[in-house]
Write a protein that binds this ligand. Sequence first.
Ligand code: CP
Ligand code: NVA
Length: 311
Amino acid sequence: MKHLLAIADLSPAEFNQILATAKKLKAEWRKGGNKAILKNKTLGMVFQKPSLRTRVSFDMAMLHLGGQALYLSPNEIGLGQRESVADVARVLSRYVDGIMARVFAHAHVVELAQHARVPVINGLSDYEHPCQALADVLTIIEHQGQLKGLKVAFVGDGNNVARSLMLACALGGAHFVCASPKGYTLDEAAVARARALAATSGGSIELTEEARAAARDADVIYTDVWASMGQESESAERARVFPPYQVNAALVALAKPSAIVMHCLPAHRGMEITDEIVDGPHSVVFDQAENRMHAQKAILAILLGSKTPKK
Ligand code: CP
Ligand code: NVA
């Protein structure tokens, strides 16, 4: 594993290694602190979009492991505008031991990885949010004991978060159902990839337009915003289409009594999810937010940990 750009790129062994490492590092941190396994290592964090969780959890992950993170704001670098993506990758590689990038176009994290001499981590693109999915699986396993065999229902836009979650469920042998309005479902290429993975893990992938069918007997109900960053101009149209996909008490009542409700945050309370549900007994949204830090420690430890010196 040289980079983490997409869940689609992970082998089952790499996926399990990240989860096992995250569990270990979380337990160690809970006991009083992590060992400085990334002493003197540095991470450059390139942001084209705003962030709370990704920024702070990567920063704290590096700090806890003895390294240091550098935040580069959306105005700073001008990825692909002030300077070509390839040149940004080449230059940053001379200064830092790893690059985390939050970008609009997924092609930009791919291009960064092609030209960087150091590992590149996707901190969200328009296509995938792999760090989120890894934290989410960690959270599901903590609350439900396992991922394999569970019914995981994503209700809402077939977006980056849904896509990474689907692929992670496919790797982990879960039964993933995505309920989205017509025209907003997951793309065929990702679904085909997930179905191929699910065929070997014992999982399954299903797409539906029926939120209620997805929620019925689910172990996990997951939702995300109706309009993602970069889709602001579509907000009004989406607000008209998506209300039948709101995660509210009536929908959650269809799931198993033991079901957990998940959201990557930030949430638009009163739109894709009600206050009652975010703040209610099924919600694990803040555990998910915390687990971003633990999952990312694992990613950083694996990618930056025992590197041979740069050429
Ligand atoms: N879930 C998530 O990635 O949050 P931020 O956009 O705040 O980083
Ligand atoms: N789908 C959302 C996730 C934010 C963490 C977005 O891309 O804006």
